[in-house]
Design a binder for this molecule. Structure first.
Ligand code: F6P
Length: 348
């Protein structure tokens, strides 16, 4: 009997439990049992594990979050972290570690493979949809569905009060959620990091809308959208929150409030902001995310079973394939300009 371990690391997203279930079930085909590692890499450095049986995972497919818990812990940020991790892998007779995470997690997986020979297989997850080498990550579809529903709801209240409503969505420095939800919700304007905007142009647009009789509107702004005062200075949004997270990455948020205030002051129209925040990451995954997560989890078990380490399960077109971690990490998959162009062709 072989022994695999699975961990979920980084920020949670809907579909993680579907992956865990798929890995446990499919690993049986490879005569492997699966051990759950709690709280991401931390549980592999400071032993924190849980038994994963078929019975334990049978009912988790539709549950949000992760039964394993998450952390943004890096073994490299604790004394002898990688050495302790490798010792546990040896002591627990692990044949493979399946790491489910975004760019940070997958980067750590690659580094541990390169520097310590860890037998690791990756599964990409994030609502941001920004992992390279896969056409889509699970969690994204759910986040877009939640954001779209919110936009629909905000539209009726915007119309009732003849207001501008600015909706800030997540996505870090990629505009996937904003573009997809903005398109699906018929937003009058969508601001994304990939298309830096100038404040005075946005203000002029809102003024024009009012002149032409459009008294209510929805503006979707990605948390990482770049909005500069004049077009000459630095982008404003990241400057609003200088405190990085504990992985040293910038924290996003604040651009929606900034825009709403500027629009109201300059245009004299009532403007409100709604920040969707972690609502986008919670709750039950969509059917599409359950399917994608299950396919990726099953394939990751196959990669582990076949000893194809240093790889990641990925969606390419309609196929699930194995790609190298090398192909996946260290580069962002930014918003497809064609998606933004379709969405923006409805702007006036
Ligand atoms: O990467 C997923 C994500 O939800 C981003 O969209 C967001 O910027 C970030 O995580 C929030 O992180 P935290 O959960 O640590 O606040």
């Amino acid at each position: 009997m072989k022994k695999f371990a699975i961990l979920t690391s980084g920020g949670d997203c809907p579909g993680l439990n579907a992956v865990i279930r798929a890995v446990v079930v499919r690993s049986a085909v490879h005569h492997a049992e699966v051990m759950g590692i709690r709280a991401g890499w931390r549980g592999l450095v400071f032993p924190d594990t849980m038994k994963l049986t078929r019975a334990r995972v049978d009912t988790i497919l539709n549950q949000g979050g992760t039964i394993l818990g998450m952390s943004r812990f890096s073994p490299y940020h604790t004394p002898n972290g990688p050495e302790r991790l490798m010792q546990n892998v040896k002591d627990w007779n692990l044949d493979a570690v399946i790491a489910v995470g975004g760019d940070g997690t997958l980067t750590l997986a690659k580094r541990l493979k390169d520097e310590y020979g860890l037998n690791v297989v990756g599964v990409p997850k994030t609502i941001d949809n920004d992992v390279a080498a896969t056409d889509e990550t699970f969690g994204f579809d759910t986040a877009v569905a939640i954001a779209t529903e919110a936009i629909d709801r905000l539209r009726t209240t915007a119309e009732a009060h003849e207001r501008v409503i600015v909706v800030e969505v997540m996505g870090r420095d990629a505009g996937w959620i904003a573009a997809a939800a903005g398109l699906a919700g018929g937003a009058e304007l969508i601001l994304v990091p990939e298309r830096p905007a100038v404040l005075k142009d946005i203000i002029n647009t809102v003024r024009r809308w009012h002149r032409m009789g459009r008294v209510s509107s929805l503006i979707v702004v990605a948390e990482g959208a770049l909005v500069s005062e004049t077009g000459a200075g630095p982008a404003e949004n990241v400057l609003l929150n200088k405190q990085p997270d504990h992985m040293g990455r910038p924290r996003f948020g604040g651009v929606g409030a900034y825009l709403a205030k500027e629009i109201e002051t300059a245009c004299g129209v009532e403007t409100r902001v709604t920040v969707l925040g972690h609502v986008q990451r919670g709750g039950t995954p969509t059917a599409r995310d359950r399917v994608l997560a299950t396919r990726l989890g099953s394939y990751a078990a196959d990669l582990a079973g076949e000893g194809r380490f240093g790889t990641m399960a990925a969606l390419r077109g309609t196929e699930i394939v194995g790609v190298t971690l090398e192909e996946a990490v260290g580069k962002k998959k930014h918003l497809d300009p064609r998606l933004y162009d379709v969405a923006s062709s409805f702007f006036e």
